[in-house]
Design a protein around this ligand. Structure first.
Ligand code: ZN
Ligand code: ZN
Length: 383
């Protein structure tokens, strides 16, 4: 198997770098989807289905009774300026693949090619190239699409590369794999006044300061604890750059995360109540809205065991995490609906962190990803 995968690797590295060079942010993955389709048409068998504009599915149907399995790769890039200077650096200014979704895509193309040579003997395998993971919208759009509405899966799986972990190490966790994440937008509306007479208006600055301070007080940034709760200020704006005017409006954008959904709701309610009190105190109107919602991946223990068995079969090093990862992942929507799991694939202790401007997916871990997914299909069919 290893030798066959080796034959695909130069092509996979080439397309990974092409995708890296031409990154597209969430819901704009048109050229990326085209590249994926072209690759599938050229080198793979199976039925290609285009979904939700920029999503691609490759379906292998053995037409025999068996397990129905979904494997997902994400395909979008991020609004980050790449500071790397290699030949395949991003050509789209301000956009780059800093989460390794170019690599996840290459791995899934490798799985597609391997399954084309060795198609599943029973059941169905669906490979999903999913758009818009980074903004939390992709999984929802895909699951709501006409095509997916009629699908049922016995198991769903996805992986994420993990900087800071030894290359090719498989990282596992039952139950929560990562955090529940939601972002809050607080718009404050007061009244402008002459900068010399701020008392004649309603300036939101103290409310912003109080809300930020309160957010910090609510925060309990101890991921090893069950009541971990983290509020991170993402963006703040206020007034205009006009020195004669006391600001009359402002905005705070916060990203909030925790392991536990009920604790999450409880603390968010506390924060909203505090915003209310602040607004009455400083005579401001407010508008609170929520965005970028990610549910924690609920890794099913059976699915985790299949990944573990595959890793053992592939002679890979395994690490069990004692607590979840702090980032959000929209694959959580799949594991809410179906039995499944997400696992980590180490991308090297010295690999820059995800979303760092100098991050780049290490091609050396592509073959492990392919091997793992392929073996997972085999293990799942033994159940
Ligand atoms: Zn990612
Ligand atoms: Zn990311």
């Amino acid at each position: 198997m290893q030798e066959i995968i080796q034959q695909f690797l130069p092509k996979l590295e080439k397309i990974r770098k092409e995708i890296h060079k031409h990154p597209e942010v969430s819901l704009n993955e048109y050229a990326t989807a085209k590249r994926i389709e072209n690759y599938l048409k050229k080198y793979c068998k199976g039925e290609i289905i285009r979904i939700a504009d920029t999503g691609v599915v490759l379906l292998f149907d053995s037409k025999k009774k068996g397990k129905n399995i979904l494997l997902r790769a994400d395909t979008d890039a991020l609004p980050i300026i790449e500071i790397n200077d290699f030949e395949y650096k991003s050509k789209a200014f301000g956009v780059s693949h800093k989460c390794g979704h170019d690599g996840h895509t290459a791995i899934m193309l490798g799985v597609a090619e391997l399954l084309s040579k060795f198609p599943p003997e029973s059941g169905k395998v669906m490979l999903l190239f999913q758009p818009a993971e980074e903004d939390g919208k992709g999984a929802e759009i895909v699951l709501k699409s006409a095509f997916f509405k009629n699908q049922e899966f016995d198991y769903v799986f996805a992986l994420h590369n993990l900087p800071g972990f030894k290359k090719n190490k498989i990282v596992l966790r039952s139950n929560n794999f990562n955090a529940n994440v939601k972002s809050m937008i607080i718009k404050l509306d007061g009244k402008t006044a002459h900068a010399a007479e701020p008392e004649k208006g309603h300036n939101p600055s103290l409310a912003i300061a109080d809300i930020l301070y309160f957010s910090e007080k609510l925060t309990y940034n101890y991921p090893e604890k069950e009541d971990f709760f983290l509020i991170t200020p993402i963006h703040i704006s206020m007034g205009e750059l006009a020195y004669g005017i006391s600001a009359g409006s402002g905005e705070i954008h916060l990203t909030i995360r925790s392991w536990d959904l009920s604790l999450f709701d409880e603390k968010c309610k506390e924060l909203e109540d505090f915003v209310d009190r602040c607004c009455s105190k400083y005579k401001l109107k407010k508008e609170v809205s929520w965005t970028q919602e990610f549910y924690a991946n609920q890794n099913h223990s059976e699915a985790v065991e299949l990944i573990r068995r595959s890793a053992i079969e592939n002679k890979l090093e395994i690490q069990d995490m004692t607590y979840p990862f702090k980032w959000g992942e929209d694959f959580g929507l799949f594991t809410q609906k179906y039995k499944g799991a997400m696992f980590g694939l180490g991308s090297g202790e010295n690999c820059p962190a995800l979303h760092n401007p100098d991050y780049d997916f290490p091609d050396e871990i592509t073959s492990t990803g392919i091997q793992q997914f392929y073996q997972i299909i085999k293990e799942a069919n033994k159940t």
